[in-house]
Design a binder for this molecule. Structure first.
Ligand code: ATP
Length: 240
């Protein structure tokens, strides 16, 4: 289980996050919803050890403290991060991109099993393993990015706005993929603009406003909460 306690992050004089408490259990999908600039990306980067700001927090994974570790050590412990914009290498093939995700020593040791697991989740990547990544569609590139993160054999997968730029059909496919990933026992923490679809997929959600958590509940209850509907789902008829 990932447990984030009392996380704050500042960029110079600007305090972007304060007093953040978030938990993600194995086998659950947790979504963080918030307006532009609320601090969602800052939170994921802070957990991943990739913040450009000053972070204070007590973050544990299965009880062991990871908040003072460097980014690559955090990956090694079992937290994989797919940043906004995916961060894949367009000139490399699908297989080469996937292999880059297996750089930690424990992941290298089980490279072949992890690759089989990724190909089982995303059969299309097996078919396209020799294709140059930038020639793939947006949805396929998102699969490569998630597949690469899965190559580090994580316990927790964090995704920053994975549905950004995807067509409605590909969004649907993406969320179906996240459900399959949950089935394998991983915990998934995602930040999304697509509140409706992410709440329909997630188990729980947190609402973040001006750098603070202002609410949390099961995804079902958030989806049916009138205040959430008007703030994030475009009005009262949203849940229908
Ligand atoms: P969006 O949905 O627009 O991506 P967000 O909720 O992810 O927004 P963040 O990107 O976390 O928000 O930004 C939170 C605040 O921190 C914003 O005011 C932003 O300007 C500021 N911020 C983020 N990164 C930096 C940085 N590297 N240097 C300075 N300020 C930053």
């Amino acid at each position: 289980m990932l447990e984030v306690r009392n996380l704050s992050a500042s960029y110079g004089m600007h305090r972007a996050l304060s007093g953040i408490n978030v938990q993600v259990e194995a086998g659950e999908i947790v979504v963080i919803l918030g307006a532009n600039g609320a601090g969602k990306s800052s939170l994921l980067k802070a957990i991943a050890g990739m913040s450009e700001g000053e972070v204070e927090a007590e973050i544990t994974l299965d009880g062991s403290l990871i908040s003072d570790l460097r980014a690559e050590q955090i990956v090694e412990r079992g937290i994989a991060f797919v940043p906004e914009g995916r961060g894949i290498f367009g000139d490399l093939t699908v297989a080469e991109n996937l292999m880059l995700g297996a750089y930690s020593s424990h992941a290298r040791a089980q490279q072949e099993q992890n690759l089989d697991r990724v190909f089982a989740l995303f059969p299309k990547l097996r078919e396209r393993r020799s294709q140059i990544s930038r020639t793939m569609s947006g949805g396929e590139q998102q699969m490569v990015a998630i597949g690469r993160a899965m190559m580090s054999a994580p316990q927790i997968l964090m995704l920053d706005e994975p549905s950004l730029g995807l067509s409605p059909l590909l969004c649907k496919e993406l969320f179906a993929n996240l459900k399959n990933i949950r089935e394998t026992g991983l915990g998934v923490l995602l930040v999304e603009q697509n509140a409706r679809q992410s709440l329909a997929t997630a188990d729980r959600g947190y609402l973040i406003e001006n750098g603070e958590i202002i609410g949390q509940d099961t995804a079902d209850r958030l989806l049916n909460d009138p205040a959430v509907q008007s703030a994030y789902l475009g009005g009262a008829s949203a849940a229908t």
